[in-house]
Design a protein around this ligand. Structure first.
Ligand SMILES: [Zn+2]
Ligand SMILES: [Zn+2]
Length: 329
């Protein structure tokens, strides 16, 4: 019985049904009008969509377990780890940095817009560093390992990536005056959208969302972000508003003539969970160990992925430059 109970709790937990069940059991439907209630009601949205995606693929006989393998094992592994440690950095960063905020904001619509722009900026910083600093790439690369795009990729993260992202995003937002209730609302919207942009080609073949592709960051843009094609590498770091990608020149639309190839550029054991989860860390440790000088060892940790102490670098910037040179002829 204990096994069935654990299974039931895992399923309710995965589908985020807990909040909704509580509202139904207590007949407290008024709660649906509050921010907390909306959060509880929308909680199951992404997991249920993922289920629909899988059922559709099954129906059209397009489902292969390989497409979900890395995500599935990452989810199970992270659940296992979280039984022993959960690192909540958001609360800590708020408590620590709120006294140093440059000014105070209220819970109003104009401060909401301000907060969202600041949040996107903080997200850009965290995400950009996740691609450009080798140590942080070790935390972020698990998310880029899957060679397919579907909603399960949303759950594919190294367990230390969330605390790393939370420290950077929360600290920047709090220091720039975004108040905690506003921050939580923004985090909820960002989290929901951030999951939705991983919608698979099984459900949505063209994910440009029409005219929205010109205004916001669509699933199509995020598919480009997950691509290893030189044209697409290291672009579209934003999540919902693409303003900072526009500002920093990293916005890239999906091109019809350039089909997306998902995954990371190094040779990987296809569909291998251990390689997806620990592969980059192992390689970094190896490089640090083999580096001839102490300075090189430190540089390996902080320089972009592809940096080499011999000067023969293969960073994304160089790979892209070579690609554009070859296209221009
Ligand atoms: Zn990324
Ligand atoms: Zn993603």
């Amino acid at each position: 019985m204990e096994f069935l109970e654990t299974l039931y709790n895992e399923i309710v937990g995965f589908f985020n049904f807990g909040g909704l069940i509580e509202i139904i059991q207590t007949d407290n439907y008024k709660a649906l009008l509050t921010q907390d209630g909306i959060g509880k009601a929308l909680g199951p949205l992404i997991p249920v969509l993922l289920l629909v995606e899988i059922i559709r693929a099954l129906f059209y006989r397009r489902l292969t377990f390989t497409q979900y393998k890395i995500s599935f094992f990452t989810y199970v592994f992270n659940r296992f780890i979280s039984r022993f440690i959960s690192i909540g950095m958001v609360g800590l960063c708020i408590a620590f940095f709120e006294p140093y905020a440059i000014f105070k904001t209220e819970f109003t619509w104009y401060w909401f817009i301000y907060g969202y722009v600041v949040w996107e900026f903080a997200h850009f910083i965290y995400h950009f560093l996740g691609h450009k600093v080798r140590l942080f790439w070790c935390l972020h690369s698990t998310h880029h390992a899957p060679e397919y795009m579907n909603l399960s990729v949303t759950y594919t993260h190294f367990f230390l990536e969330a605390p790393y992202a939370d420290i950077i995003r929360t600290t920047i937002c709090i220091l720039l005056g975004v108040n905690p209730p506003l921050l939580f609302l923004i985090m909820f919207i960002d989290g929901t959208w951030g999951a939705f942009i991983h919608i698979g080609e099984n459900i949505m073949v063209d994910a440009r969302l029409g005219f929205l592709n010109k205004i916001i960051l669509t699933p199509s843009h995020h598919r480009v972000h997950h691509a290893k094609n030189p044209l697409y590498m290291d672009t579209n770091f934003c999540n919902l508003l693409n303003i900072w990608d526009k500002a920093f020149g990293t916005l890239q639309d999906e091109k019809h003539e350039e089909a997306i190839e998902y995954g990371i550029t190094r040779p990987m054991k296809s569909g291998d969970f251990l390689d997806a989860y620990f592969g980059e860390i192992t390689l970094l440790l190896k490089d640090v160990y083999q580096a001839p000088t102490l300075k090189d060892k430190v540089l390996y940790i902080f320089m972009p992925p592809g940096w080499h102490h011999s000067g023969n670098h293969k960073t994304a910037t160089i790979v892209k430059k070579e690609y554009f040179d070859s296209v221009r002829g």
